[in-house]
Ligand binder design. Structure first.
Ligand code: NBP
Length: 471
């Protein structure tokens, strides 16, 4: 005999609690379990009080509460905790039961878990869930991949709890194996890129133009009328927030050392692995590392004075707005390019238009740009890059001077803009019919006899650049 709960959730930290409440409010009975039972007790007493949420204090009790086939969402810390929860659960599961890992697991771990669980007859869905605690409670963007039959059994629940746009709920089956977690990883990589670009815009406004946080809040809000980007929206709100203790703008009191949990680094490592250039996203990851060089930065700032810089006038703001827009498009283009390559390499068969659709609400990188990206993948499946398509292509052709002007003003003023610079160099490199890689090939052939190809005839060539016998 099975239990009566529609679904179970393990891991009652920030994400798990909010997701459990979201699922319950969509009309389902939810069983919950957390390793530390005091957390479960507190959740049941406070936030889940008088809700259709049933606590369990052992994995055996938890499994017994669930309808068959059991549907179990894990919202525990990524890494070994996921393995240890799965191991603890297995003795109480039956063939055909479904485990959904909703955390930010590394896609290769997901690949391994899917394989191991399949051997045991357990269906596994590696599922990216974005939107932070607010999204988890009110409607996240959900990125499931893995066993397709399992997806169709949880599709109704996912559709009811996901964020919703005019195009439907922000959830779609993304492909086999680790497709869902791969897409979530790249989502986070894009998030790193866009956050860094907004931070560099802020730096240009405060150091270059001397604007106050309140003024920058208004500017971010104005820019966001066009972009409709969540990250720009929250940047505006952050600028307005006062510290209750001192009455100062809170942003001025927050330490400039950025942390990270690793998804940006994984995206970059993966891009290196597959040979996909991701300069903006990589610059964003490095910028966080450099921010953590606090001691070194202090020593450098004592040793080297910043260049004299002219005050940048407010008339530059529309230029910066355009530069931010174009560089943001590049961050998305890089992410989509990595997804394209990964889809071929790992056989995911990723649905690119659907990915752009389910990112349009509920997730951290939601933005109006995604509507256009969805349209491109729907109508121009073979397009080499979103930058080459329709409105984006026109915008780059007409407005890339803004990006160039932003980077040059920043460079002259000694204001670091690694992500803006990377965006411009990426665009200029792609646009260049001739790159200096011919010299690189010649040097490789010179010192290592690595051979080269020629422009004027087919084949592989080597030149005896030096007479090594007679030096
Ligand atoms: P955390 O990532 O902080 O994980 C805490 C949860 O993991 C607690 O329930 C904890 O139980 C449990 N746990 C740990 Br730690 N080790 C365990 C083990 N060995 N066995 C069983 N349970 C264990 O929680 P979160 O911030 O809610 O995130 C959950 C997942 O969702 C993560 O993968 C995260 O990366 C992802 N995610 C987070 C966000 C966000 O905004 N926070 C957004 C999107 C995705 P305990 O109470 O007994 O310690």
């Amino acid at each position: 005999m099975g239990g009566k709960c529609d679904i179970g959730l393990i891991g009652l930290a920030v994400m798990g609690q909010n997701l459990a409440l979201n699922i319950e409010s969509a009309g389902y009975q939810v069983a919950v379990y957390n390793r530390t039972s005091a957390t479960t007790e507190e959740f049941i007493k406070k936030r889940a009080d008088s809700k259709n949420i049933i606590p369990a204090y052992s994995l055996e009790e938890f499994a017994g509460l669930l309808q068959r086939p059991r549907k179990i969402i894990l919202m525990v810390k990524a890494g070994s905790p996921v393995d240890s929860v799965i191991e603890g659960l297995l003795p109480y599961l039956d063939k055909g039961d479904i485990i959904i890992d909703g955390g930010n697991s590394f896609y290769r771990d997901t690949e391994r878990r899917a394989r191991e669980l399949k051997e045991k007859g357990i269906r596994f869905l590696g599922t990216g869930i974005s939107g932070g605690e607010y999204g988890a409670l009110h409607g996240p963007s959900i990125m499931p991949g893995g066993d397709e039959s399992a997806y169709w059994e949880v599709e109704e629940i996912f559709s009811r709890i996901a964020a919703r746009t005019e195009g439907g709920p922000c959830v779609s089956y993304l492909g086999t194996g680790s497709a869902g977690h791969y897409v979530k990883m790249v989502h986070n990589g894009i998030e790193y890129g866009v956050m860094e670009l907004i931070a560099e815009s802020y730096d240009l406004m405060r150091k270059g133009m001397g604007l106050s946080p309140a003024e920058m809040g208004d500017i971010f809000r104005k820019w966001n009328e066009k972009q409709q980007s969540y990250l720009l929206e929250i940047a505006g709100e952050i600028m307005d927030r006062e510290d209750p203790e001192t009455g100062k703008p809170l942003i001025d009191l927050i330490s400039d050392v950025a942390s990270q949990k690793g998804t940006g680094k994984w995206t970059v490592q993966e891009a290196l692995e597959l040979g996909v250039p991701l300069p903006v996203i990589t610059a964003a990851v490095y910028a966080r590392y450099l921010s953590a060089y606090k001691g070194e930065r202090e020593e450098f700032s004592r040793a080297f004075a910043a260049p004299e810089r002219e005050v940048i006038g407010r008339e530059f703001l529309p230029v910066l707005e355009e530069a931010l827009y174009l560089a943001t498009v590049i961050a998305y283009a890089e992410g989509m390019d990595l997804l394209k390559r990964a889809s071929l390499e790992y056989g995911y068969g990723l649905p690119f238009a659907e990915i752009a659709r389910i990112w349009q609400d509920g997730c951290i990188i939601r933005s109006r740009l995604l509507k256009q990206i969805q349209r491109i993948y729907k109508e121009e499946q073979g397009v080499a890059s979103i930058i080459l398509s329709g409105e984006f292509s026109r915008d780059f052709a007409e407005r890339v001077g803004s990006l160039r002007r932003t980077v040059s003003l920043a460079i002259e003023g000694g204001i670091p803009v690694p992500a803006f610079s990377a965006a411009l160099a990426y665009f200029d490199s792609l646009r260049a019919r001739e790159l200096p890689a011919n010299l690189i090939q010649a040097q490789r052939d010179y010192f290592g006899a690595h051979t080269y190809r020629r422009k004027d005839k087919e084949g592989t060539f080597h030149t005896e650049w030096q007479d090594i016998e007679n030096v």
